[in-house]
Design a protein around this ligand. Structure first.
Ligand code: GLN
Length: 383
C-alpha cells in the first residue's frame, strides 16, 4: 500500500458493523436505515432491469436523472443548472467527492475540512496528495458550531479547496445562514472552490432550513454541489449520486470520474429519477418519522445517563459519555457490545485533534422504534 494511504486501514463503519455482527449487538453505529425506500421507486428499478436498461448508460448519467436533479434544485433552492453540462451522475456522493478532490487539488494544495469530518474526505485528500487542514466545530449551546475566527486562521496561501458538509455528519449540525456567510466570505476573499456534501439535505428537523452554500451571493460559480439518493430515499446500497456545478468544474470532475468508474448503474438512475419527481411527499414523511425517532433516542440516552445533544439534521445523535463516568469514546465503543449489546461510532476518529472528540460517541436513529427502544433499555445498564 502506498505510504499516503497507510494510516487509513479499515473504515470505522466497517469495523463497527463487523463488531455488531460478530457479537449479535444492536447496530446504532453505521448510518443505514432498517426499512426500505418508497415501494414504487423499488418497482421502477426492477422494471428498469427487466426492460433491458442493462448496458452502459451515458458517461454524464441518464438524461432523465440529470433533468430530474436540475428540476429538483430549481424548485427547491432556486438554483438553475443545465442538465447537459452542469449535472454529472456519480457512484454515490463518495465517488463525487473523491473525483472532485482529485480533479481540483494539486499535490501540496491545502484543503479545509470541518472536524469531526466524514472519513472519506481525508482519504480523498490523501489520494490527491493534498494537505488537510481541519477547523474544529465546537459544542456551543447544544450544537457543534463553526468558529469564523478559527476558519479564517486556517486559510493560507496554499489553500485551494474547502469541503462543507451540511447537514453535518457526524454531529447533526445544520449550518446556519451566518455560518455559511462566514464560509462564503472566506471563499470569495481567498478565491477558494467549495465542495459541498449535502447528502442529508432533506433530513432536517423542527423546520430548520437546509441552505445550499451555492445559493449565497457569488458562490454558485465556485461551488461543486454534491448529493445522493442514499439518505433521501433510504437506499444507501444504491450508490447513486450527483454533482452540480458550472460546466468547467463539472468537466474537470467528469474527466477524473470517467477513469474511476466510467459511468454509474443504469437501473438505479432510472428509479431515482422517478423518485425525485414523484416521491418527495414520501421523503417529507420520512423526515417527520426521523424527527420522532430522534426525540425517542435523545430521551432514551438521557434517561440512560448520557448527555445527548439534539441534532437539527441527519440521523445521528452525539452523546457525551462523561456523566456515566467514561472518558474515552473509542475505548467505550469497543467495549459497548460486551457492556450493553449495542454498537456506536466513536466520534474521535473523525478528528485530527485527538483530544477534541474523545468524550463523544455517535448513535444512529434511522432504525425501527423497537430497535431504538431495546438499545436504550440495554444502555440503561451502563448507569
Ligand atoms: N455514512 C454512513 C455513516 O456515517 C456510513 C457510510 C459508510 O459505511 N462508509 O454511518
Amino acid at each position: 500500500l502506498v505510504a499516503r494511504m497507510r494510516a487509513f486501514g479499515t473504515t470505522v463503519f466497517a469495523e463497527m458493523t463487523a463488531l455488531a455482527v460478530r457479537t449479535g449487538s444492536l447496530n446504532l453505529g453505521q448510518g443505514f436505515p432498517d426499512t426500505d425506500g418508497p415501494a414504487a421507486m423499488l418497482d421502477r428499478a426492477v422494471e428498469a432491469v427487466r426492460s433491458g436498461l442493462n448496458q452502459y448508460p451515458p458517461g454524464p448519467g441518464l438524461p432523465e436523472l440529470r433533468q430530474a436533479v436540475a428540476e429538483h434544485h430549481k424548485e427547491r433552492y432556486g438554483l438553475a443548472y443545465d442538465p447537459d453540462g452542469e449535472v454529472l451522475v456519480t457512484v454515490g456522493a463518495t465517488e463525487a467527492i473523491t473525483a472532485a478532490v482529485l480533479a481540483l487539488c494539486e499535490p501540496g494544495d491545502e484543503v479545509i475540512v470541518f472536524e469531526p469530518y466524514y472519513d472519506s474526505y481525508a482519504a480523498a485528500i490523501a489520494l490527491a496528495q493534498g494537505v488537510r487542514r481541519a477547523v474544529t466545530l465546537r459544542p456551543v449551546a447544544g450544537r457543534f458550531a463553526v468558529d469564523p475566527d478559527e476558519l479564517r486562521a486556517a486559510v493560507g496561501p496554499r489553500t485551494r479547496l474547502i469541503i462543507v458538509n451540511s447537514p453535518h455528519n457526524p454531529t447533526g449540525t445544520v449550518f446556519t445562514r451566518e455560518e455559511l456567510e462566514a464560509i462564503a466570505a472566506v471563499c470569495l476573499e481567498h478565491d477558494l472552490i467549495a465542495i459541498t456534501d449535502e447528502v442529508y439535505e432533506h433530513l432536517t428537523f423542527d423546520g430548520t432550513p437546509h441552505i445550499p452554500l451555492a445559493t449565497l451571493p457569488g458562490m454558485r460559480e465556485r461551488t461543486v454541489m454534491i448529493s445522493s439518493a442514499g439518505k433521501t430515499f433510504s437506499v444507501t446500497g444504491w450508490k447513486t449520486g450527483w454533482v452540480c456545478a458550472p460546466a468547467p468544474l463539472v468537466t474537470a470532475v467528469q474527466t477524473v470520474k470517467q477513469f474511476l468508474t466510467f459511468t454509474a448503474n443504469g437501473p438505479w438512475q432510472a428509479a431515482v429519477a422517478y423518485a425525485l419527481r414523484n416521491e418527495m411527499a414520501w421523503v417529507a414523511s420520512l423526515r417527520d418519522e426521523l424527527q420522532a425517532k430522534r426525540d425517542r433516542l435523545v430521551a432514551g440516552l438521557t434517561e440512560a445517563g448520557f448527555a445527548a445533544l439534539r441534532p437539527a439534521g441527519t440521523y445521528f445523535v452525539q452523546a457525551d459519555i462523561r456523566p456515566l463516568g467514561f472518558t474515552d469514546g473509542l475505548d467505550l465503543a469497543r467495549r459497548l457490545p460486551e457492556l450493553a449489546g449495542v454498537v456506536a461510532i466513536p466520534t474521535q476518529v473523525f478528528y485530527d485533534d485527538a483530544t477534541a472528540g474523545r468524550h463523544f460517541v455517535r448513535f444512529a436513529f434511522c432504525k425501527r422504534d423497537e430497535v431504538i427502544d431495546e438499545a436504550v433499555r440495554r444502555l440503561a445498564r451502563l448507569g
